[in-house]
Write a protein that binds this ligand. Structure first.
Ligand SMILES: *Cc1c(COP(=O)(O)O)cnc(C)c1O
Length: 220
């Protein structure tokens, strides 16, 4: 199967309200260009320097999404061009993104990452941490970021019921968040959940953005 046919097979089954992020981490530029030439314009990377290098080399109408864990000292390398940062799980990181966005006269969209899996290793906040962050004075002062939704990863398991339970939980948190009045820097419209192995379950649970890598580009 070619990258192009994998991509077209997936996009043909996605509902219209679901956005596809093609996760191209570790893959070389010619692979990404094959997806680009098949029409894909949103790419997700998990390492800032790798994303920066690909951004420099590739067409400028691509939206670059940072889907990995971000170290605060590296935010400056993506602040000029990144479209959406999926993995924000602390006020400290949000404040640094705000600072670098301001230097570039931009507002950078961010998703707050929630911890929904059973595994301890996955990053993300719990609901109390989310509430605390959003209620803080410091958050309210941030003018160069906008929180446009939530992101989460389910437990890596064959147990579909477990996965469904975790995605449903995240959807509930998202619904509570989106029922609050919008503010200048909080406008939750995006729920990023679902990868190659579980995106159909995620869509069934209310995902609006899926991050798919290996089903498009092959195994890493
Ligand atoms: C790698 C990665 C993906 C894509 O994983 P696949 O199983 O290859 O589809 C999605 N989200 C995040 C956060 C990732 O790191």
């Amino acid at each position: 199967m070619s990258i192009q046919s994998n991509l077209l097979e997936i996009t043909s089954t996605l509902p219209a309200h679901v956005t596809l992020v093609a996760v191209s981490k570790t893959k070389p530029v010619p692979d990404l260009m094959e997806a680009y030439n098949a029409g894909q314009r949103i790419f997700g990377e998990n390492k800032i320097q790798e994303m920066e290098a690909k951004h420099a080399e590739m067409p400028k109408d691509i939206e670059w999404h940072m889907i990995g864990h971000v170290q605060t000292n590296k935010v400056k390398y993506m602040a000029t061009f990144v479209s959406l940062v999926h993995g924000v799980d602390s006020l400290k990181l949000l404040a640094e993104i705000n600072k670098q966005a301001k230097k570039n006269n931009r507002v950078i969209d961010c998703l707050l990452q929630m911890h929904i899996a059973e595994e301890e290793t996955k990053f993300g906040m719990d609901e109390n941490e989310l509430d605390e962050l959003l209620a803080s004075e410091e958050f309210k002062q941030l003018e160069n970021i906008k929180v446009t939704g939530l992101m989460g990863m389910a437990t890596f398991t064959e147990d579909e019921n477990q996965i469904r339970k975790e995605f449903t939980h995240l959807k509930t948190v998202f619904d509570v968040l989106s029922s609050k009045p919008e503010t200048r820097n909080l406008k939750p419209v995006t729920l990023s959940m679902g990868m190659s192995g579980d995106y159909n379950i995620a869509i069934g649970c209310g995902s609006t953005m899926v991050r798919i890598g290996s089903s498009i580009f092959g195994h890493r």
